[in-house]
Structure formats: C-alpha cells, structure tokens
Design a protein around this ligand. Structure first.
Ligand code: NDP
Length: 392
C-alpha cells in the first residue's frame, strides 16, 4: 500500500492515473499534479476513487519539494515532459523519494536524446539510498523488457535487434501527432542513428526505409529508421548486440505535412523575434495542432509495437518476433484515451508497481532491461497489453 505522486496531466498522465486507480491494493492514495490544475481535476472527475489534485510547476524544485513533503509519496512518477526530468530528479534527491519516468531528459534548446544527464545521477541516488527507473513507457520501456525477456528465455546470444513501432490507426485529422506535438516532431526530425559493431552511425532523418509485414491483419507497411533512446541503454546493458535499429511507420500524409512544415521553418526549435516578442516556431505550431488528448474519441485502428531479434540458441541461428497489438477504440472505452497514450501509461503503472511491491529494487539509476523481465511480462498480460511471441 503506497502513496504515489503523478506529475503531468496530459494524454499519458490520464492513462497512468486511471490505471493506478484500478489497483488500490498497490496505489493506496494518488495525487495528480500538473501545471494546469483544471486538467488534473478533469481527469480526477472521470475516476470513481478520490484523486487529490494540485497545481505544480515541475521546473521549480522548491515548489516540487514542498508538494512532496506535504503529500509524502513513496514514489514520484514523472509523466510531464522530458524537459522536467532533471528538476524532478533533484526534488526526489532532496526529499529521499523514488523516481520514475517514461522519456529521457532533453535540453530545451537541442533535440538531443541521450541518457548521459540522467545516468550522471547514479552516485547521488545510490548515496541517498533511492531508486530511479528510467523510460517506463512502451518504447522505451516494454521494448527494453521484451529484449531482456528474449535474452532470458530464447537466446544464448542476441546479435541483431530491430525495434519496430507501427501505428496503423486513423484519426481523420489532416495533420496531428499522437503524443505531445513538440516532443514528437523533435524526435522525428532528428537525424536517424543506429548501432553497428560498436559504433553509432548517423543518417539523415527519414532517409532509410523498407517494408515490414505486420501480423494479425495489419499487413505490409513502410517503416522508417529513426533514433530512439532505448538503443543506447540496450547496447550498454546487453553488449553482445552487434546491430540495433529502431523503425517507425508514418503515413504519406504525415510525411508530406512534416516536409512542408520543415521547409518553411515551422519545426525550428531556436527562438525567433516576432512582433517584438521571442517565439519558438515549434512551440507556436504545437499551439495550433490538435491536442493529442482530443484524438481519443476520433482514433480507430490498432498499434503494433515489438522487437524482431536474431541470435544464437544451442549453437543454431534463431529469429524471433515479440509484439503487442493495441486497439485505439478499446483503449478509449476503458480510459478515454487513444492507444499511444495507453501503451505508454500502462507500462508506467506497471513499472511503478514493480518498484512499490519490491519486485524491482535497487539504489541508483536503472533502465528497464536491468531487472528480471518476468514479473513485468506477467503484469502486461493482466493490465491491458498482452504480448505474442513467434519463432520466425
Ligand atoms: P502532453 O503534452 O499531453 O502532457 C504533458 C503534461 O505535462 C501536460 O499536462 C503539461 O501541462 C504538463 N507539464 C508540462 N510542463 C510542466 C511543468 N513545468 N510543470 C508541471 N507540469 C508540466 O504529453 P504526453 O502525455 O503525450 O506525454 C507525456 C510524456 O510521455 C512525455 O515525456 C513523452 O515524451 C512521454 N512519452 C513516452 C512514450 C514511451 O513509449 N516511452 C510514448 C509517448 C510519450 P499543461 O497541460 O499545462 O501543458
């Protein structure tokens, strides 16, 4: 029985709050805090259990510390944006409370995805006797656990890992992103990068593509190579991997809009002067685009995210595919959110459950693949993200 403080009342925060509320035996009291308190109140009103709501600026460490000291949670779940990661980690250090997030820290002025800044907290978290679990979403998150599971149950050695993320859903909007538009566009327009024989190889954004035949009627789709943060931690913790890549599907319509927006400078993240005021074009674009939370009732179709792995078992080469399929409309029926928020929010809740029930414990800063994947895999089956594995 533990109190949990959830920070961030966006699309993912809504799912996390619903899913934690469904497990009162672990999450005995929940506080949802965000910059805009009315968003917390709206989510709390959807849930039968009482949810405490608070206004907090997660970039303001003393404000965070005061809230943590007042509510006294066993765990702070950072479901705000990557920019807040270090401030929330600082507040956890000051108060001696465990930390969890779903995305690695990014500096505001540079779309740089790497764990360096958060891994630097290792010694301080260890000395303080507290734990941080990084990247407990789907990708990163479940994809790390899938890889650890494959390593534990299927392979003696893994040498090739392809993480493949398909959103086969349709929301009917001319252009919208299915999670925070600013974070999404920064990620998609960043240079692609993969790991090969000990080196990181960078290529132009969206310049490498191929097709992949997705299971269960989703069919053949074009996938584009990108960089994703779990590649960095996975090749560190499973160093036998020789080739690690990340792929994502995009519709032609999404890519056409993105190309135009990039060409005219609307995806820039450096400030420009406009009518005597400084604005960041991408932040202005975010204000114009549909709020991802509003896509919930509109989105139909399914997502399919998984890992395609090659390696050796008993001296023989083996190919293995593990994936989850998630239906947008079914997610909306359950928690009033689409599948992208759902597939992120459920693993955040399960990661929290692993920490609070002592199944995953440690002092310091951890990525998901560093723990036994088995209890997490069991909970995915129970809490809405069943997985399928196949020998190919
Ligand atoms: P949203 O933009 O919908 O929600 C973010 C929320 O955080 C908003 O409610 C926002 O407040 C709040 N927030 C932002 N800044 C602050 C601040 N300084 N203090 C307090 N609250 C703040 O984003 P999503 O819900 O789509 O994404 C949440 C996180 O999940 C992101 O970090 C994203 O990268 C991550 N993610 C991870 C995935 C994975 O698989 N690992 C996949 C998808 C997302 P306000 O409402 O006032 O703007």
């Amino acid at each position: 029985m533990s109190k949990v403080l959830i920070i961030g009342a966006g699309g993912v925060g809504q799912v996390v709050t619903h899913k934690c509320a469904q497990v009162p035996e672990v999450f005995s009291e929940i506080c949802l805090a965000s910059r805009t308190v009315s968003k917390c109140e709206k989510i709390a009103a959807q849930i039968k259990r009482p949810i405490r709501t608070e206004q907090v600026d997660a970039d303001n460490v003393p404000e965070l510390v005061a809230l943590i000291k007042d509510f006294k949670p066993a765990l702070v779940m950072n479901i705000a944006l990557p920019y807040q990661d270090l401030h929330i980690m600082d507040a956890c250090l000051e108060t001696g409370v465990d930390y969890l997030d779903t995305a690695n820290y990014e500096p505001l002025d540079e779309a740089k995805f790497c764990y360096k800044w958060q891994w630097e907290y290792q010694e301080r978290f260890k000395e303080r006797g507290i734990m941080a679990l990084l990247g407990s979403g789907f990708d990163p998150g479940v994809t790390n656990v899938f890889t650890a599971w494959a390593k534990k149950t299927q392979f003696d050695e893994i040498y090739e890992l392809d993480i493949i993320d398909c959103n086969a859903g349709e929301h009917g909007q001319p252009f919208a992103t299915n999670f925070n538009p600013e974070i999404n566009i920064r990620e998609v327009t960043a240079a692609a990068k993969h790991y090969e024989n000990g080196e990181w190889i960078e290529t132009k954004a969206l310049s490498k593509s191929r097709t992949f035949d997705f299971p269960e009627g989703i069919g053949t789709r074009k996938i584009y190579q990108m960089y994703h943060e779990e590649l960095e931690s996975l090749v560190k913790h499973i160093p036998e991997i020789k080739l690690a890549r990340f792929w994502m599907t995009f519709s032609d319509n999404y890519l056409k809009h993105l190309e135009v927006l990039e060409n005219i400078g609307m995806t820039r993240i450096d400030p420009i002067k406009f009518q005597g005021q400084e604005i960041v074009p991408l932040q202005f674009l975010k204000a114009l685009l549909p709020d991802p939370a509003s896509l919930g009732p509109l989105t139909q179709g399914r997502t399919c995210i998984g890992c395609f792995i090659k390696g050796i078992k008993n001296g023989k080469e083996k190919r293995y595919y593990i994936y989850n399929i998630c239906d947008h409309a079914k997610c909306y029926e359950e928690v009033q959110s689409q599948a992208i928020s759902y597939t992120t929010g459920v693993p955040a809740m399960i990661g929290a459950m692993m920490m609070l029930t002592g199944k995953w414990r440690g002092e310091g800063v951890f990525n998901m693949e560093q723990f036994d994947p088995e209890p997490f895999m069991e909970k995915l089956m129970i809490h809405g993200l069943p997985w399928v594995e196949k020998q190919i």
